[in-house]
Design a protein around this ligand. Structure first.
Ligand code: GCO
Ligand code: MG
Length: 402
């Protein structure tokens, strides 16, 4: 079997998605997600201009060798654009393998390690009352794990909270949105949020929260210590992770579990974090971290140190990534939790899928491969719309981590 075509499809059914479709001489094809929020066209070009021509004529069954070719063979290693492009190829090749074998991806990986995948949903409110209402709705819908984010008094905008009260979408069309951030106001308020959740709903649900890289290590340590009584499932991205050793400071002061890694694209980004057991959950996901072949390596390495997976699953990763991630989660022996935010309705129509949600858990389905397809005619009805992630500035105007 040989690869005869590799096409990049850019579509915006509610938000931008980039999809790679690899077609073989036997008519079997596979698809992979190549969406990098706010930088979509860079990955599309990397694929179209540099990767796709290298794929023509290759045996689609040589998944590992193709991964090595695209990683080592580029000479320039790692980085979000490269690793997202490699991920899309990898995901598409595993999809083809599953279709040829007539087996769902999770069975190729070694079979199910659990009955279903626990997912966490987002309860976000412009104020405390609204956040608690959303939390109650998630309990009602059967969620066992819920992430809570909330507007901070006297702060105009805050990460994770929709402006309109609808579903949260960070990317904005047109100009880059500038937000203001105050660490002081945030640190003063956020323990109140967790206290209110625990007081109203008790301890039966897993409570999660995303700091979105806004604190320094010592501030993160202070927060982790302050919120210990609320027994968080995890505190996510408390501080930027380029300096992995910086997490030692957090660990020295608190037993609040730490999750990191949605912006990671390789095992090298988390090597020290994992080896030194500085984190509890690794958030890297298939699309941005080199696909199934590479994330499997990350998960297996993490399992040696009792670090569990918690794949990033924001709605800016396509339903293709969601499908593949659910197969991965069903298999991974050290699975922790999977993020699930849902998708805009048009996106669900463009990407017919075998995965399903049921009362706080998800299953990838039994379709061969990863079980997600693309309706190309429908995709063509939604042309790309330029959109950017916001930036954050401190109250004095200093550019900060968004
Ligand atoms: C999360 C993330 C997202 C990111 C988004 C950026 O935990 O889900 O932090 O909300 O901000 O994926 O593109
Ligand atoms: Mg996050």
């Amino acid at each position: 079997m040989k690869i005869v075509r590799a096409d990049v499809i850019v579509t915006c059914p509610g938000r931008n998605f980039v999809t790679l479709k690899i077609v073989t001489d036997e008519g079997v094809y596979g698809i992979g997600d190549a969406t990098l929020n706010g930088r979509e066209l860079a990955v599309a070009s990397y694929l179209r201009d540099h990767v796709c021509p290298m794929l023509i004529g290759r045996d689609p069954g040589r998944i590992e060798d193709t991964w090595q070719l695209l990683y080592r063979g580029a000479y320039w290693r790692r980085g979000p654009v490269t690793m997202t492009a490699i991920a899309a190829v990898d995901m598409a090749l595993w999809d083809i393998l599953g279709k040829v074998a007539g087996l769902p991806l999770y069975r190729l990986l070694g079979g199910a390690s659990r009955d279903a995948v626990m997912v966490y949903g987002h309860a976000t409110g412009r104020d405390l009352g609204e956040a608690l209402e959303r939390y109650a709705e998630h309990i009602e819908a059967g969620y066992q794990a819920i992430r809570v984010q909330c507007g901070i008094p006297n702060m105009r905008s805050v990460y994770g909270v929709a402006k309109s009260g609808g579903s949260y979408e960070p990317a904005t069309k047109g100009a880059v949105e500038e937000q203001r951030w105050s660490t002081e106001k945030y640190l003063d308020f956020v323990p109140t949020l967790f206290a209110a959740v625990r007081e109203k709903f008790g301890f039966d649900t897993h409570l999660l929260h995303d700091v979105h890289h806004r604190l320094t290590p010592i501030e993160a340590a202070r927060l982790g210590k302050a919120v210990e009584p609320y027994r968080l499932f995890w505190l996510e991205d408390p501080t930027p992770a380029e300096n992995q050793a910086g997490f030692r400071l957090i660990r020295e002061h608190t037993v609040t579990p730490i999750a990191v890694g949605e912006v990671f694209n390789s095992i090298w980004d988390c090597k020290q974090l994992i080896e030194e057991q500085l984190i509890d959950y690794i958030r890297a996901t298939l699309t941005h971290a080199g696909g199934i072949t590479h994330l499997k390596r990350v998960a297996e390495f993490a399992s040696l140190y009792q670090v569990r997976t918690g794949c990033h699953g924001a709605s800016d990763l396509s339903p293709v990534c969601m499908g593949a991630a659910l197969h991965f989660d069903l298999w991974a022996p050290n699975f922790g939790v999977q993020e699930y935010m849902g998708f805009p309705e048009p996106a669900l129509e463009v990407f017919p899928h075998a995965w399903r949600f049921e009362r706080g858990t998800m299953h990838p389905g039994e379709a061969p491969g990863h079980g997600v397809d693309i309706d190309e005619a429908l995709a063509a009805c939604y042309p790309y719309e330029s959109a950017y992630l916001p930036v954050a500035r401190l109250e004095d105007g200093t550019l900060w981590n968004w």
